[in-house]
Design a protein around this ligand. Structure first.
Ligand code: FAD
Ligand code: SF4
Length: 465
């Protein structure tokens, strides 16, 4: 009976070993384990899992192919709708998407859809590659994409396959967006992102790095250079701060800067790379999302003796993926829940020494539906720290909005689009991913990139706006 087979665990590095290295934590399924896990799927006629997938992968079909040991067919099925499966198999929050809707989840544990997706994409990359995807003949039209995160990469791949000449403009020196500068190596090895980007280049996509649109060329000037449409996928990369005294002391980082130094600038590979980063003894990370978990686990690997995760609500409200919280706990991150920082203290040289916090209790739900944290009077206490990392959210980078005529934004600075079409207020300009929704997920950004490609194609072919 398929449902009696327990969900198969993926082997992992032990917590003790992995706290000291940046290698990937889960090690992947061996073939036999993947086939056994695939045998748990009961091949539903109306599969809830597919409805839960933002890019509608034919999940029962790809799992069936694994069960039949036709791994190449399986990855071919996944790639029909997902151009970054090795990434999604590692970082998607499956527990709130496909796996939450799996029929087995009602009585047993859901099929490990994400782990199986990772298995077949790794099979293809490491053992037997699919032939390169084919593109329609060139139609002579050019599309510009601003930003090379999952939204921009997906739009670029889909448009290239339709026969468009696609150029991506990327501000940083490496393409990939958050996949390269935010998510650490131990969750998403950068070689995997590079592999996916190389596949795009083989489709003819041109990627220009170190190019900030809005300084020099602008969205308007791209049209003068012969592009028929522009897609903006610039993400939410502007860090938010706590706005409390002492935030400018030495040793206080935004998560964005801390992770960029470690991941993109390779501070973790010292002395091969000499990017400076303060390797604190006692580090406090403020926030409860994936960014906070990544920062805490990075600090640990950079040599911190103790790492505290300070979050103002309880474990139940934490937005980070369940797997990341579990891994952080296993690695020994110390959680200070229902705790809010009120002030940083420094020494006479301006170096961070401690943080003063207040205990919180939960009141009625706020606009987000989560219970509002309320300070407990007289509960102040201090934690001695030498590094603080603020991971309480990101806002959109404003440069494109400021330098593009006629581009409407909402009150938070996100680019406004017409529902369902990703058309902005400016003719020929489309936008999607975090720059529209605010900080969200990789797969949602990819879904937006895919939708935008279809809309751009229709716009260029028909001229209808
Ligand atoms: C640390 C961290 C961990 C995360 N973990 C997860 C996770 O586990 N699972 C998950 O699903 N999601 C996770 N997310 C969220 C996810 O990564 C984002 O939702 C997703 O990357 C958004 O994609 P995007 O293409 O919209 O933007 P981004 O990935 O932000 O890419 C935007 C790109 O545009 C470039 N750019 C910006 N302005 C310009 C300009 N003017 N000119 C040229 N280029 C420009 C930027 O340099 C960047 O490369 C995480 C985010 C962070 C920060
Ligand atoms: S819902 Fe679960 S059991 Fe049904 S097809 Fe999807 S993965 Fe298989």
């Amino acid at each position: 009976m398929a449902e009696r087979i327990p969900r198969q665990k993926m082997p992992e590095q032990s917590p003790d070993a992995r706290r000291k290295n940046f290698d990937e934590v889960p090690l992947g399924y061996p073939d036999e384990t993947a086939v056994l896990e695939a045998s748990r799927c009961i091949q539903c006629k109306k599969p809830g899992c597919v409805d839960g997938c933002p890019v509608q992968i034919d999940i029962p079909a790809f799992i069936k192919a694994i069960h039949e040991r036709d791994f190449l067919k399986s990855i071919e099925i996944v790639k029909r709708t997902n151009s970054l499966p090795a990434v999604c198999g590692r970082v998607c929050p499956q527990e709130t998407q496909c796996e939450e809707r799996c029929v087995l989840a009602k009585k047993f544990e859901p099929v490990a859809i994400g782990k199986l997706e990772r298995f077949v994409s790794d099979f293809e990359r490491e053992r037997q590659q699919l032939p390169p995807q084919s593109c329609a003949p060139s139609n002579g039209k050019k599309v510009a994409i601003v930003g090379s995160g999952p939204a921009g990469l997906t739009a670029a791949g889909d448009l290239a396959k339709m026969g468009y000449g696609v150029t991506i403009f990327e501000a940083l020196h490496n393409p990939g967006g958050v996949l390269v500068y935010g998510i650490p190596e131990f969750r998403l090895p950068k070689a995997i992102v590079s592999y996916e980007i190389e596949a795009l280049k083989k489709l003819g996509v041109e990627i220009i790095v170190n190019r900030v649109v809005g300084m020099g060329e602008t969205v308007d000037s791209l049209f003068d250079s012969g592009y028929s449409a522009v897609f903006i996928g610039t993400g939410a990369g502007l860090p938010m701060f706590l706005e409390i005294p002492g935030e400018n002391l030495q040793g206080v980082y935004s998560a964005n800067e801390y992770l960029t130094r470690s991941n993109l600038m390779k501070a973790y590979l010292f002395p091969q790379y000499d990017t400076p980063i303060i390797r604190g003894e006692r580090v406090a990370v403020f926030g409860g999302g994936n960014v906070a978990m990544d920062s805490a686990r990075t600090a640990l690997r950079l040599g911190a003796r103790e790492v505290y995760l300070v979050y103002r609500r309880s474990m139940q409200e934490m937005p980070a993926r369940a797997e990341e919280i579990h891994h952080a706990e296993e690695e020994g991150i110390i959680f200070h829940l229902l705790t809010n920082p009120v002030r940083f203290h420094g020494d006479e040289k301006g170096k961070l020494k401690s943080v003063e916090c207040l205990k919180m209790e939960l009141g009625a739900p706020d606009d987000s539906g989560r219970r509002r944290p309320i300070p407990v009077k007289g509960s102040e206490f201090k934690i001695d720290i030498d590094v603080a990392i603020i991971a309480i959210g990101n806002a959109p980078n404003p440069i494109i909005q400021k330098t593009t005529t006629g581009l409407d934004t909402n009150k938070w600075g996100n680019i406004s689009v017409t529902d369902g079409t990703l058309k902005t207020s400016k003719r020929g300009v489309f936008a999607g991913g975090d720059i529209v929704t605010g900080a969200a997920t990789v797969i949602e950004a990819m879904g937006a990139g895919r939708k935008a490609a279809m809309e751009i194609d229709e716009f260029i072919r028909t001229g209808a706006w």
